[in-house]
Write a protein that binds this ligand. Structure first.
Ligand SMILES: NC(=O)c1ccc[n+]([C@@H]2O[C@H](COP(=O)([O-])OP(=O)(O)OC[C@H]3O[C@@H](n4cnc5c(N)ncnc54)[C@H](OP(=O)(O)O)[C@@H]3O)[C@@H](O)[C@H]2O)c1
Length: 277
């Protein structure tokens, strides 16, 4: 049966590696989203080299920008999805701002997932009984969120901002799974492991080198690091609202399990993106 699968951040790392496996099934129709058009075209060429599957599209969007996401859904049309994978993410060690002047780690890693998914649902671009998969991280452990200072205006630290944004991914998953229960849409998130990818490459040379060194010696290879995502895409059909690691439901922090926290994040996210909904 034909399956329409959209992967944000599908041009590199975990998203691209998942696409390399999925493209081999001629029944899969893939839509990859990325910010860098050259990387998008290169990803398409590579996928066409390894498969005869013609059903691959690259669409460009800077997912850290609320206005760009809003515009993306005005100009792009695609068939209803069976699977949405919110995966595009990055860490900004030096504080950066999105086009709308929102702290960029939070804007891309959380508001990007939030607003993109909002439009997918609002425009009825997802089938009933489909799946939404959010790539979160084990980095969410050890932090909480100040809902009155989501953008860390007082004391910015890039790594802590990243950890908090990944905590947001779990809270978002919990809330969205409740909202979409009536439609049979399953929403889950995952930790892929510490994976050898291009993650961190948007930072300065020293940080870039440090991260790639840590990945080379402490990280798992990309195929291992894509296993849980592929498991959720291909196998898991019944469970919703859970955090997976190594193909199994895994514990996540107490903060991430709180319904009150999930509600607060939802309300604040609506507020921040209200102009673009
Ligand atoms: N690698 C790990 O150890 C690890 C561990 C836990 C969780 N994760 C999570 O896994 C996800 C994927 O990361 P990765 O490790 O595969 O990193 P990666 O190799 O750097 O890939 C990131 C992807 O996100 C896209 N992206 C980044 N900024 C974007 C933007 N503003 N708009 C649109 N697309 C954007 C990139 O496309 P462009 O190049 O076009 O920007 C790229 O396709 C992230 O959510 C990350 O937090 C990774």
């Amino acid at each position: 049966m034909k399956k329409n699968i959209l992967i944000t951040g599908g041009t590199s790392g975990i998203g691209f590696n998942a696409a390399k496996t999925l493209v081999k099934n001629p029944e899969n129709n893939l839509i990859l989203i990325g910010k860098n058009i050259n990387k998008g075209e290169l990803a398409l060429r590579k996928l066409r080299e390894i498969s005869k599957n013609k059903n691959i599209t690259f669409l460009n969007c800077d997912l850290s920008s609320l206005a760009e996401i809003n515009n993306f859904f005005k100009v792009n049309k695609f068939s209803k999805l069976d699977i949405l994978v919110n995966n595009a993410g990055a860490v900004f060690f030096n504080k950066s701002l999105s086009k709308e002047k929102i702290e960029k780690t939070f804007a891309l890693n959380h508001l990007g997932y939030f607003l993109f998914t909002h439009f997918i649902i609002k425009k009825k671009l997802i089938k009933k009984n489909s799946k939404i998969i959010n790539v979160a991280s084990g980095a969410h452990w050890g932090v909480d969120i100040d809902f009155d200072d989501l953008q860390m205006t007082k004391n910015y630290n890039g790594w802590v901002a990243y950890k908090k944004s990944k905590l947001c991914n779990i809270l978002f998953t919990k809330k969205l799974s409740q909202i979409l229960e009536k439609d049979g849409i399953k929403v889950n998130c995952l930790h892929p492991g510490f994976v050898q990818t291009n993650f961190g490459s948007n930072n300065n040379c020293i940080i870039k080198l440090g991260i790639s060194f840590a990945m080379k010696f402490g990280g798992i290879n990309i195929n291992k690091g894509t296993e849980t995502l592929l498991y959720l895409i291909r196998t898991q059909k019944k469970i919703s609202g859970e955090y997976f690691y190594k193909n199994k439901i895994s514990p996540s922090s107490n903060f991430s399990m709180s319904k009150v926290n999930a509600d607060k994040l939802w309300d604040k996210s609506l507020e921040l993106s209200s102009k673009y909904l």
